[in-house]
Design a binder for this molecule. Structure first.
Ligand code: FES
Length: 203
């Protein structure tokens, strides 16, 4: 038996050599929601090689199913005409694609370098603690690599909406708003009307 402690994530299960090899699904045998099919097709049309559309296609399927479930992979595979195994190899590599049903909502707190030097770890821990205290359910709360919005560090992505700069003091309200389905920190989202970084006013 392999020593799980020394194996990287995803390499701890033996391949079942008795199973039939995965094949490209027959499109006639797989029901795909029309809107999902349209998203995948539109993504494929943007690239000369359809394989380049895998990530937007998986993201679209994740939106519909909440995660990259076997059924979601099968639907994408049927439209793209690739094997589910090919999709699975990508879904298990990219952090933003979920291979387990964790809930379709999320709070990703960036703890990469620019955010880290502005106390992102403390912000993340405060949010995680609030999530436990407020018994937040069906929302994935985790720290994350750079989300590409370093100038608003420390920041978080709440269901794709970027908010920041954050402090530990924001944790309670942020979690409460997520729990109550309210807008999180109005005016402090990157796309919010009039959004400005505090240091822009000092420039
Ligand atoms: S380091 Fe946090 S967004 Fe880039």
């Amino acid at each position: 038996m392999r020593d799980r402690r020394t194996m990287p994530l995803g390499w701890d299960e033996a391949v079942d050599l008795e199973r039939d090899p995965a094949v490209v699904p027959d499109p006639a045998e797989v029901e795909v929601p029309e809107a999902l099919r349209a998203s995948i097709t539109a993504a494929m049309q943007r690239y000369p090689d359809r394989h380049s559309a895998v990530l937007p296609a998986l993201a679209a399927a994740q939106k519909v199913h909440g995660w990259c479930s076997p059924e979601a992979l099968r639907q994408v595979a049927a439209v793209m005409q690739v094997t589910p195994a090919y999709l699975s190899s990508l879904a298990s590599y990219y952090d933003m694609l979920r291979t387990e049903p964790i809930g379709s909502r999320y709070v990703y707190v960036c703890t990469s370098v620019a955010c880290h030097v502005r106390d992102a770890r403390a912000v993340y821990e405060a949010i995680a603690q609030e999530a436990r205290d407020q018994e937040l359910e069906d929302v994935e709360v985790r720290n994350f690599e750079c989300l590409g919005a370093c100038d608003m560090a420390p920041m978080a992505s709440v269901d794709g909406r970027y908010v920041g700069p954050l402090s530990e003091d924001d944790a309670h309200e942020l979690v409460a708003a997520v729990k109550e389905n309210r807008e999180v920190l109005p005016g402090r989202g990157l796309g919010d009307e009039g959004f400005r970084l505090p240091w822009e006013d000092k420039a």
